[in-house]
Design a protein around this ligand. Structure first.
Ligand SMILES: NC(=O)c1ccc[n+]([C@@H]2O[C@H](COP(=O)([O-])OP(=O)(O)OC[C@H]3O[C@@H](n4cnc5c(N)ncnc54)[C@H](O)[C@@H]3O)[C@@H](O)[C@H]2O)c1
Length: 158
């Protein structure tokens, strides 16, 4: 199988301008790039989803992995990570468990409870909660906590 597709840059994630990668079989080939003010870096994984065992993160990660992207889920919920690794969805989502079985078989999805593998991921998607305070304003402490834990593992453009 050979196909080309693009990751949209306008979806709210902090992606570089529209970039293309090729998929041959199940091995996406992503060329190292040099952008102005950056050094060329290469990555062994395509995308990480932080909070990837959640209601939004898991379907997204499964969709990435099922399209052939080498996908990493980083989540601090040990129990959910174990469930997903074992091929079980931690919540109901139509069609997701079949998709999970496929991506585990194809080895396009891996799960971690530690942030280290993030350094090997070309794109990082962050999907953790922003619960509201007593005035119903969103709080960003969860996001700041994740960034504190993960920034060391980001490489390339800062
Ligand atoms: N669920 C929805 O229908 C929906 C719709 C629109 C927007 N949202 C928003 O999307 C965001 C995520 O929602 P959700 O429903 O997926 O939440 P969720 O609670 O189901 O998932 C969040 C995941 O993040 C993980 N997590 C928390 N802190 C972490 C950390 N420091 N490092 C790594 N992983 C961490 C949790 O273990 C959990 O698995 C929220 O801001 C929510 O408001 C959700």
């Amino acid at each position: 199988m050979k196909c080309n597709f693009e990751l949209p840059a306008s979806n709210g994630c902090q992606l570089h301008p529209r970039q293309t990668c090729s998929i041959v079989g199940q091995q996406p080939i992503v060329e190292p790039e040099t952008l102005e003010g950056t050094v060329a870096v290469s990555f062994s994984r395509d995308v990480a989803v932080i909070g990837g065992c959640g209601h939004v993160g898991l379907p997204l990660a499964l969709t990435f992995a099922d399209s052939g992207l080498r996908t990493v889920i980083y989540d601090i919920n040990l129990r959910a990570v174990d469930e997903v690794r074992a091929g079980r969805m931690p919540f109901h989502e139509d069609g997701a468990e079949k998709m999970l079985g496929r991506v585990l078989l194809r080895e396009t999805l891996e799960l971690t409870t530690r942030p280290d593998p993030l350094s090997q991921c070309r794109y990082i998607v962050l999907i953790v909660g922003t619960p509201v305070d007593e005035h119903l304003n969103p709080t960003f402490s969860g996001i700041i906590k994740v960034l504190d834990a993960c920034l060391t593992y980001a490489k390339g453009k800062r």
